[in-house]
Design a protein around this ligand. Sequence first.
Ligand SMILES: [Zn+2]
Length: 222
Amino acid sequence: MNIVLLGPPGAGKGTQAQRLGRALQLQHLSSGDVLRAERASGTELGRQVAAIMDAGALVPDPVIVEVMLARVLSLPEEFKGVLLDGFPRTLGQARSLDEALEKAGRKIDGVVLLKVPDEVIVERISGRLSCPQCGAIYHEKVQPPRVAGKCDRDGAALVHRPDDRPEVVRERLAAYHQQTAPLADYYRGRGVLAEVPGDQPIEKVEEQLLAIGQSIIKKASS
Ligand SMILES: [Zn+2]
């Protein structure tokens, strides 16, 4: 059972993936975590990943595919399958993954796209206030500190991080759409794509993700 979760940065995808993975007994494989673990493992592939990351370069598609595929194919027994998060990120990665899975007699059973309007994400992220002292995160509207501009825990003056500025967030979203649109089309063409609107209360999103996940599993096992 292999399910992919796609969604924009800042949409809470990581948290949703963790919960969904637990609910469906799928191993949550976030590409960032997997790459860090591979790197820490000290294998030949891990050393390769470390060298690329230390040079500040993007890990090339064949390397990411190899690292992720190894995890997909060596699933611990307590799981029914994997929930991929952050991978595949590009059309090229999706194609290589499909080819490699096919050789192993596996496939992607379902892809869920979390759809959130850009402006909702821009508002969520650009309203963030961070504590430079303890790292606590607040939000101007949704989760304000008790005293305006001050951290609840230590009273430090809260700041807007440079990465959270609206123009920076919009740039990240533009890059996301450029990569993801062809990826979504590809999976839609294969008949495995489902969409969930992400601009609704988090419990609703969770409910719908769970329902779709369950129907993917049911379909695959029938
Ligand atoms: Zn603080």
